[in-house]
Design a protein. Structure first.
Lengths: 228, 228
DNA sequence: TGTGGACATGACGACGTCCTCACGCATCCT
DNA sequence: AGGATGCGTGAGGACGTCGTCATGTCCACA
């Protein structure tokens, strides 16, 4: 981890809170503890933790309500921790927006494993990965790679490639591409598309004279080859 | 739901598989069942399900291995379902990339609630929304809005704002900002930060002379005000 | 209240990206 | 085969963004 994940522990049982704190700090997490709902929400706003570990039984506002309010302001992973193990309670907790539900007594190892799973998933940004031919397209990271090495593209070239790669084999007319990539507002000069297709090819094609990734469909437009 | 979520159930125990199928179909899910690892992976490639419910004990390839292979090709939510309840097993399952782990016997309601929680989270567009003052920051869409109208920022200005807004009230030194926003490689001239902070302010502050969103902390650096 | 350091602000130039245009080549139809 | 049309390719210029510098202003501290 470049910087350790912050975890907000909300539990009024001091023994549990301390134990959890020790365990999690031992695993390299940055732990902050609060004992009631109001201060939990306050701490949340100040700290922007990466995960909230929430006891169901709290003085004042209960855990369900805290969870609902957290959900209103953020998509932070919430792991509920409670002594109540009725199915109805579990269902209620999950319905309120919790991501996981663990009943006391619990094994510290399992707690840590479940926290890791939640943090892992929320830190892994919905990495939309497209592949076309031998290219890997990281849509969120705005990167295109061939065998691990990044190919630098301009924003426009990247958008053009993504548009084509999202529907392999489908042919896009120049008009469609202008609308989708450039936006509505643009002039109707479709030769603009040619130029950028060519620039794109000069960067991503192994043999730009015989393009295999972005293929011309004469009289219609362009399509991305599916990799075969 | 616009279209019902597809769930791939992998279990060689026909009684369980049938029961799970009935329960989930009753909740409106589209369920496909396979009985071993190889056909599960095959079905996965064909169907692109929205969630995989995976028994740990399978003929041939075990559930852990199936989970690993799924992870290699996709970020699909995986919920493990098994008779083994040792903490070590839970930890191993979660380490292998599972998102949740439920032990038999289980309550159908809890299964459904946990599935809903997973699907809900994976369907929620990872729209990371930050707000700072009266600004709304759409991190994925690279857009900043005030009362609905977008404020045009350059990529650099946007990254700078996001960096500050991710930790409201926390003060960032110029060195930190240079490292985080500009990347490692950069010169040590911290005045560069001043210039871009000023440009950012001229666009996002209502009264650039008295900035309230990006605030100077004399002798230290800058911080984003939390909106109060 | 004066002084030095820290910060704000404006100007300018380098650079990259994008759009337009001109021309050459390939492909299709008769 | 020859013309017409569609496409590829290179050059050049407009524009926006970013880095640097010079100067002006604010603030803390004595």
């Amino acid at each position: 981890m470049t910087t350790s994940s912050r975890i907000l522990v909300v539990d009024d049982d001091q023994a549990i809170a301390e134990m959890v704190g020790i365990v999690l700090r031992g695993k390299g997490y940055d732990v902050v503890t609060t004992a009631d709902g109001a201060s939990a929400l306050d701490a949340f706003d100040r700290l922007s933790p990466d995960l909230v570990l929430l006891d169901l039984m709290l003085p004042g506002m209960d855990g369900i309500e805290v969870c609902r309010r957290l959900r209103r302001r953020s998509g932070v992973p919430v792991l509920m921790l409670t002594a109540r193990s009725d199915t109805a309670d579990v269902v209620e907790g999950l319905e309120a927006g919790a991501d996981d539900y663990l009943t006391k007594p619990f094994e510290p190892d399992e707690l840590v494993a479940r926290i890791k799973a939640r943090v892992r998933r929320s830190e892994a940004p919905s990495t939309e990965q497209l592949s076309i031919g031998d290219l890997e397209i990281d849509v969120d990271g705005h990167e295109v790679r061939r065998e691990g090495t990044t190919i630098p593209l301009t924003p426009l070239e990247f958008e053009l490639l993504v548009q084509l790669a999202r529907r392999p084999w489908q042919v896009f007319t120049r008009e469609t591409l202008l609308k989708e990539v450039w936006g509505y507002r643009h002039s109707a000069d479709t030769r603009l598309v040619n130029v950028h297709v060519q620039r794109l090819r000069s960067k991503i094609e192994l043999d730009p004279e015989h393009p295999r990734i972005v293929v011309t469909v004469r009289g219609v437009g362009y399509r991305a080859g599916g990799g075969s």
